[in-house]
Design a protein around this ligand. Structure first.
Ligand code: G3I
Length: 316
């Protein structure tokens, strides 16, 4: 069969990609698979560009971890999705424990985003990650609590000023089902555009469940591209309740195919990234007790039926 990225390219997409993380890069068979550009033309650093990793103390930036993944991608001829500038999680203490005033926190946000986007220039970036609760209300994190919605524009504008070529995304999970959360994201994008704030794309993370992939995903993607932004599936994995059975693997294959074909059918959907390619390094089992096997390769780096589902999604 042809590779995942070869199939994505044949369907007119920019890339198929995978998340990875620095500790995994000592696993040579894993790195060999990750470096196979017929499967992966894009990498996302799973942790090493986050705020705690890049600005652990105010004004002191550390790029080493992110740099390691950027260099691997360059060696392999792969794109990078920068992940991420502003997120409520994995923040250093100095961000969460200071009592900020509005203007100072907006400066801190702008300085953080401008610095990392400027350092790793020419890339696609998740500038804002997970701003909404599942009911569509704003997440009550330090950024929203101090600045209201203003942190979003501050981050996006600083990123654009630092690198006019960067593609700027807002990324979230559970947008795939439509409903209140997707509506809030659409409203935010419309309002930013109306104010002239730069925003280029919406990332739908795609942390999904076997047997639970929404049948109208294509129309959800189109509801965002209709606003004048592109979309990407940024963190795809499709988990199951363990143990693994042949029937579940077949359903998972169909589910992967269905997500991929939704992206294929929307010209503004630029690519799909899996949140690591192997079950060996999936975040799922440690977060959802009794669930796992969410990735297209198993924990022994053997391709699962899902692999062929992805190829079929791009080619069928
Ligand atoms: O860095 C510490 C290390 O010093 C310590 O010894 C070790 C002990 O537990 O923990 C390390 O931190 C871990 C970190 O990953 C780096 O490995 C955290 O415990 C662990 O919670 C953290 O998990 C990451 C998670 O984001 C945090 O929320 C996952 O690897 C990462 O895959 C996951 O990625 C997120 C996306 O950024 C956003 N969307 C959801 C997705 C899955 O949760």
């Amino acid at each position: 069969t042809i590779g995942l990225a070869v199939a994505a390219k044949a369907a007119g997409k920019l890339y198929f990609g995978s998340a990875t993380d620095n500790p995994e890069l000592t696993d040579l068979p894993y790195v060999a698979g990750l470096s196979n550009a017929s499967d992966f033309l894009q990498l996302t650093p799973g942790n090493s560009m986050k705020w705690d990793a890049t600005e652990p103390t105010q004004g002191t930036f550390t790029f080493d971890g992110g740099e390691q993944i950027v260099q691997l991608a360059q060696k392999n001829g792969q794109l990078i999705r920068g992940h991420n500038c502003v997120w409520y999680n994995q923040l250093p203490n100095w961000v969460t424990s200071t009592s900020w005033d509005n203007a100072t926190l907006l400066e801190v946000v702008a300085n953080h985003c401008g610095t990392i986007v400027g350092h790793w220039a020419g890339q696609i970036w998740d500038i804002i990650n997970e701003p909404f609760n599942d009911d569509g209300t704003w997440r009550q994190d330090v950024f929203y609590n101090v600045t209201g919605e203003a942190f979003v524009a501050a981050a996006l504008q600083a990123a654009r000023d630092a690198d006019p070529d960067a593609k700027l995304y807002i990324n979230d999970y559970n947008l795939e089902y439509g409903g209140a959360k997707a509506q809030s994201m659409a409203n935010l994008v419309s309002s930013l555009k109306a104010q002239g704030v730069p925003v280029d794309g919406v990332g739908l993370q795609g942390h999904l469940l076997v047997g639970g992939v929404p049948g109208n995903l294509q129309s959800i993607l189109e509801s965002f591209t209709a606003l004048g932004v592109e979309v990407a599936i940024t963190e795809l994995d499709i988990r199951m309740t363990l143990p693994v059975t042949d029937a579940l693997l077949e359903q998972q294959k169909a589910d992967y195919q269905s997500v991929i074909s939704a992206c294929k059918n929307v010209s503004g959907c630029i690519g799909v990234t899996v949140w690591d390619y192997t079950d060996k390094y999936s975040w799922v089992p440690s977060t959802f007790s009794g669930q796992g096997a969410a990735c297209p390769w198993d924990e022994n780096l053997i391709k699962k039926p899902a692999y062929d589902g992805i190829v079929s999604g791009f080619t069928a």
